[in-house]
Write a protein that binds this ligand. Structure first.
Ligand code: NAD
Length: 363
């Protein structure tokens, strides 16, 4: 089996690639432009493996994407490359439209031409991610469903109602993928997942930002009153769900993935502070409790109040359930950041980017 993973140098993509290299015999081609969010350090455990190949390619570059399909002839594509940070989408939506909408369109066109060029097989075989076929797996977010309000859960039938330029661009990409299946027959699956956390997450996102700011004695900025609810999923649980859907999911279907871990943002921040209080004896800047660093800031415009996923379809049809509780996952995550100071340092001082820019090569 040969799979192209787009965005494999990012947080979730790198977890998928580490999992595939360490727990399968698949060949993995990582297609990543290496934006600020792409970090090849996150793949250092697996990058020397001969089954791993890196292609530094922008998914909006149709010529290069066609070449990648031609040269690697994959059995599947898992598409994670995206601009993924809501705050950045408010400051500059253009990149989000470019990568998330046009980039997905570019991949779909190339995937369709490639799929149509495969030799005809007995019915259905061409839609299997096996040696005879090809499958396109689009990875998306629960944010496409918008604001949930105080009760209820998002199901696969929930209407799309995105609030931010990020979620609107992801919603657009979901619609494109669905239409390439309905109109052209491209074998696709879509997954919509809740908030991920875990090792190797870029420290602009809530959990790593709070951990690293706390360790430096910096303010812990919490939007509004911190009452926004998110449903947290440990990244390795997401990676395993993605691989399961890729292999076993029904073509044309959407699967919601969630952790059954609804938490308010302020609860998450307080939990991180409490765990760090127990682990760090000498606290920075003379503070006695990391919670002293919590600072409420103006709420994000258009901030959704609550997201929560009903993951019963993937549980019933594919027998997937998360393994990690939030209590154990957040401990593992904090321990990871404490024991990977070099990774954190290289992200914080920008050296992870400077070095690869100097490489000047895609290999
Ligand atoms: P990330 O920002 O950590 O990584 C994105 C990766 O995509 C980076 O390696 C980046 O270099 C690459 N990339 C960006 N633009 C590109 C382009 N034009 N061409 C090629 N590569 C490009 O994102 P993540 O958190 O790992 O999210 C991965 C996917 O999962 C995204 O599609 C996101 O919408 C979705 N998702 C994320 C979460 C979450 O909580 N992080 C939850 C649900 C769904």
């Amino acid at each position: 089996m040969k799979i192209i993973v787009t965005g494999g140098a990012g947080f979730i993509g790198s977890a998928v690639i580490r999992h595939l290299i360490q727990h399968s015999d698949w060949q993995v081609i990582n297609v990543d432009k290496l934006t600020y969010a792409g970090n090849l350090d996150s793949l250092s455990e697996v990058s020397a493996n001969p089954r791993y190949t890196f292609e530094q390619v922008d998914i909006c570059d149709a010529v290069e994407i066609k070449r990648v399909f031609r040269e690697h002839r994959p059995h599947a594509m898992m598409h994670l490359a995206a601009e993924s940070h809501v705050d950045r989408s408010i400051d500059g939506p253009g990149e989000f439209i470019q990568t998330n909408v046009l980039g997905t369109y570019t991949l779909l066109q190339a995937a369709l031409a490639y799929w149509q060029s495969l030799p005809a097989n007995e019915a259905g075989k061409k839609a299997q991610p096996n040696k005879d076929g090809f499958r396109f797996h689009h990875v998306s977010t629960d944010e496409v469903y918008g604001d949930l309000g105080a009760s209820g859960f998002f199901t696969e039938e929930s209407p799309y109602d995105p609030s931010s330029p990020y979620s609107a661009s992801k919603a657009s990409s979901d619609h494109l993928v669905r239409s390439w299946h309905r109109t052209f027959g491209l074998p696709t699956v879509i997954t919509n997942c809740s908030n991920n956390y875990g090792p190797y997450q870029f420290p602009e996102k809530l959990i790593p930002l709070m951990i690293l700011n706390a360790l430096e004695g910096l303010a812990l900025p919490v939007y509004g009153n911190g009452s926004q609810v998110r449903d947290w999923l440990y990244v390795d649980d997401h990676a395993q769900a993605l691989i399961k859907v890729l292999i076993e999911g029904a073509i044309g279907q959407t699967y919601n993935i969630g952790g059954h871990n609804e938490k308010t943002n302020i609860d998450v921040v307080r939990t991180i502070c409490d765990i760090l209080n127990g682990k760090i004896e000498r606290k920075p800047n003379g503070i006695k409790d990391f919670k002293e660093l919590i600072t409420y800031v103006d709420d994000r415009p258009g901030h959704d109040v609550r997201y929560a996923i009903d993951a019963s379809k993937i549980k019933q049809s594919l027998n997937w359930e998360p393994q990690e509780s939030f209590d154990s996952g957040i401990l593992k995550t904090i321990d990871w950041y404490l024991s990977h100071s070099e990774w954190c340092q290289r992200v914080q001082d920008g050296s992870y980017q400077r070095e690869r820019l100097g490489q000047g090569s895609c290999d």
